[in-house]
Design a protein. Structure first.
Length: 436
């Protein structure tokens, strides 16, 4: 956002305890707003106003005093509650709930067709129940615009559902292309590692450490969702699409993909809207679940539970928990947290992506967790095509020895898919040589 930032007030209600506002404030700042005041309340939800009516009047006074133009609510409001609160606020003040704010941020960061489609899908799924509410009220009360919900258009609900169907079809086609590319990479000897975790856990910084700035050379017209750089700014939702880089490993060809960060309290419909991006996680050979070890045990535990619920729904790859930012806490605290989280994160690895501490140990762990290599020994006839196969094996496997004579004997280690391909190429070569 350029120029002067829009001034907003943040408000949050909780049933009990203290209302934490750090994340919603960070979200607001990530969207480009200037937070000028924060109002919280601890009480049971009011059916008419969500907050107590008196607290809504307090919020209205704060907005007027700060000359704010929007109210951001870290809660999900019903259509009636939104209307009632709006009637209490100064004229022209917008109401933005938590999920609308998240969609704003997604919209700002969507740079590719895939990301833009996912944002559009999420917005439509957000709007659908509100359109259904308008339809229900209009049919019941026969009053267009009842409760300030806007004039009822009976075709709007059908239009939304039609658009949702169209976007899902297009996203499915994109995912089929992505999946085909992933399979091609596997056949070429690449292991696929995905970084998952909450925003600001340090995934993009970790990608830089693992990848050593070796970018994946992609044709952007074919696959525009792969960037050659990975931002690592300290803000939420820096990475909306996926960023894939070739990792710096001695004996393996590894591609590491950084994905959109999880965020707490996301409804299922919003997660579902972005499942196409998460397919990079679901289809990986290994998932590194990155956790900010500076957070409290309670926060980490809650995030691990949510992450596992999301990942285990469709993921079959092993998951390794990476406790990041160890440079910011002492060893005693790390040991205490490892013990407290052992049920959810057995045998985690502790690193600092910022200082590169324990990155070599993480690479060793990645190598251990990835599918085992198979050993192979091939005897090839010496023909005009033999050297092209030997060259291909060098490119896609770890070659141990090559002996040249009347025949070529090559011994190597590789992924099972590469071994199978090399056998197929050798068989074709032998059959072609025999028939010549």
């Amino acid at each position: 956002m350029t120029g002067e930032r829009e001034r907003i007030v943040v408000a949050k209600r909780v049933d009990s305890g203290a209302a934490e506002t750090d994340e919603i404030v960070e979200l607001a700042r990530a969207a480009g707003y200037e937070v000028v005041d924060i109002v919280t309340q601890t009480r049971k939800e009011d059916p008419a106003y969500h907050f107590g009516e008196g607290k809504v009047e307090t919020i209205a006074r704060r907005i007027a005093a700060e000359d704010a133009t929007a109210l951001i609510l870290d809660n999900e409001l019903g259509p009636y509650q939104t209307f009632n609160i709006g009637n209490k606020l100064p004229e022209g003040v917008r109401i933005v709930d938590r999920f609308r704010l998240i969609l704003e941020i997604f919209g700002q960061r969507a740079q590719t067709r895939k990301a833009q489609l996912q944002v559009e899908l999420a917005e439509l799924r957000y709007e659908l129940p509100r359109a259904e509410a308008k339809a229900s009220l209009a049919k019941r009360d026969e009053r267009p615009g009842f409760m300030g919900l806007g004039e009822y258009d009976e075709s709007r609900e059908r239009d939304i559902k039609s658009q949702i169907s169209r976007i899902r079809d297009e996203l499915e086609q994109i995912e089929q292309t992505d999946q085909h590319r992933r399979e091609q990479r596997r056949e070429s000897g690449f292991d696929l590692v995905a970084l998952a975790g909450y925003t600001n856990a340090g995934k993009s910084t970790l990608l830089r450490q693992l990848a050593a700035d070796l970018s994946v050379d992609e044709n952007e017209d074919i696959h525009p969702d792969l960037d050659t750089t990975a931002e690592s700014e300290d803000r939420l939702f820096t990475t909306l699409g996926t960023t894939t880089r070739q990792a710096d490993f001695d004996r393996r060809d590894v591609l590491v993909t950084d994905t959109v960060g999880f965020i707490s309290d996301l409804p299922h419909w919003l997660v579902e809207s972005f499942k196409s991006t998460l397919d990079a996680v679901y289809r990986a050979d290994l998932v590194l679940l990155v956790v900010d070890v500076t957070e409290s045990v309670e926060e980490i535990r809650e995030k691990l539970v949510t992450s596992h619920d999301t990942l285990y729904e469709r993921n079959e790859a092993p998951i390794v928990t990476v406790l990041n930012k160890c440079d910011q806490v002492d060893d005693e605290e790390i040991d205490r947290k490892r013990e407290a989280l052992s049920a959810l994160a057995p045998n985690p690895i502790v690193v600092s992506a910022r200082t590169a501490e324990n990155i070599p140990a993480l690479k060793d762990r990645i190598h251990q967790e990835l599918p085992d290599f198979e050993r192979e020994r091939l005897v090839l006839p010496m023909t005009e095509d033999t050297m092209s196969i030997v060259s291909w094996i060098h490119d896609n496997a770890h070659v141990e020895t090559v002996e040249y004579g009347d025949e070529v004997v090559i011994e190597f280690e590789a992924r099972p898919a590469v071994v199978e391909q090399s056998r197929s190429k050798a068989t074709t070569l032998v059959e072609s040589s025999a028939s010549a």
